[in-house]
Design a protein around this ligand. Structure first.
Ligand code: NAP
Length: 328
């Protein structure tokens, strides 16, 4: 069975690797077939995954409803994380963390998830028009009412994290972190360590790129978010293959795939880090779950560090209009 980890000082225990469920409904082309998606989620649980990630904004509640159905038979054995904070649950419309909206999202999410509590409720993006004290205070009330168990933030900056944590202890921060996006190491990881907050890296496989499955000639569906990500331009995909080459080399010596090396590297950074890779395919789920059993040695970590230090990742991780929303 997969090992578990605790998110900071919160006491919230989750499998070392979770399952990011976004791509089953949203972001990377058309939604997966519903019964296949349910099978995939249940297969993850059977393989020891007890941490499932969704959001109101993943197909306006449809992804939550999918999880609700898939997880119902073993609801009490899993941790469900969801997120509030976009207008009408539509990321295209911008942030909305007004207290009345947070309460509305919580009630709607409880229904869709077929449950009486949300284990971890994240603010999806900081909302500059609502003071963090009000956001954290609203979640605190929901916790007192028993509707929510733990509070989280996503892509929040240091100041927001401190403010929120002073009102309602934050169990976890969910932000992008992987071998090709290491900015959280500068200021955020030390802060989380200081405050005892767990860290949930999203896009831990670099939105699929670090697995080696994507090349310059890959074509994405027209609704695929990666079409607007500078890092995924044809030219940058070509240049960034150098990163995958390193992961392949290291993997070969460990009998591991590049995806497994990328996930094992994250797990090796801190004992309170739990990545949430996403996939729609059973064989990839199995591959990713396998990474939880791979322990990189200090020598392996050193080799990765040295090789990556020589490569400059090409292209921003977000287009400008989405970049404005992070780190606030
Ligand atoms: N808080 C936020 O703002 C935020 C933002 C983005 C994501 N998230 C969360 O984080 C989760 C994971 O992030 P993500 O989905 O963006 O990126 P990811 O986990 O880094 O990568 C997912 C992509 O990689 C592919 N993939 C997965 N395993 C693979 C393997 N072993 N070999 C080859 N390809 C593989 C998947 O395609 P297939 O489906 O074809 O396998 C999918 O396109 C999401 O599901 C979501 O829950 C949160």
């Amino acid at each position: 069975m997969m090992k578990t980890r605790t998110l900071g000082k919160s006491g919230l225990e989750v499998s070392a690797l979770g399952l990011g469920c976004m791509g089953l409904s949203y972001g990377y082309g058309p939604a997966a077939d519903r019964s296949d998606a349910i099978k995939l989620i249940r297969a993850a649980f059977e393989r020891g995954v007890t941490f499932f990630d969704t959001a109101e904004a993943y197909a306006q509640g449809a992804n939550e409803a999918l999880l609700g159905e898939a997880l119902e038979p073993f609801r009490d054995q899993v941790v469900i994380a969801t997120k509030f904070g976009f207008q009408d649950g539509d990321a295209g419309k911008g942030q909305d963390s007004r207290p009345e909206r947070i309460r509305e999202v919580a009630d709607a999410a409880l229904k869709r998830l077929r449950t009486d509590r949300i284990d971890l409720f994240y603010q999806h993006r900081v909302d500059a028009s609502v003071p963090m004290d009000d956001v954290a205070g609203t979640v605190k009330d929901l916790i007192q009412q028993g509707k929510v168990k733990h509070f989280g933030l996503s892509e929040a900056g240091a100041q927001s994290i401190r403010r929120a944590h002073a009102v309602q202890p934050v169990a976890a921060l969910q932000s992008e972190y992987s071998l090709w996006w290491r900015e959280p190491e500068k200021e955020i990881l030390p802060l989380l360590e200081e405050l005892g907050i767990g860290f949930v890296p999203f896009s831990p496989l670099g939105k699929g790129f670090l697995t080696g499955a994507i090349s310059e000639s890959t074509s994405f569906d027209k609704s695929d978010f990666r079409n607007i990500v500078p890092r995924f331009s044809e030219e940058n995909r070509k240049a960034n293959q150098a990163l995958v080459d390193v992961l392949k080399q290291i993997g070969a010596s460990l009998d591991a795939t590049p995806a497994q090396v990328a996930l094992a590297w994250l797990l090796a950074q801190k004992p309170w880090i739990t990545p949430i890779p996403g996939t729609t395919k059973l064989h990839r789920l199995e591959e990713n779950v396998g990474a939880a059993g791979i322990e990189l040695t200090p020598g392996n970590l050193n080799t990765i560090e040295t090789a990556f230090a020589k490569i400059t990742v090409q292209g921003d991780r977000y287009p400008a209009h989405l970049q404005e929303r992070v780190g606030k």
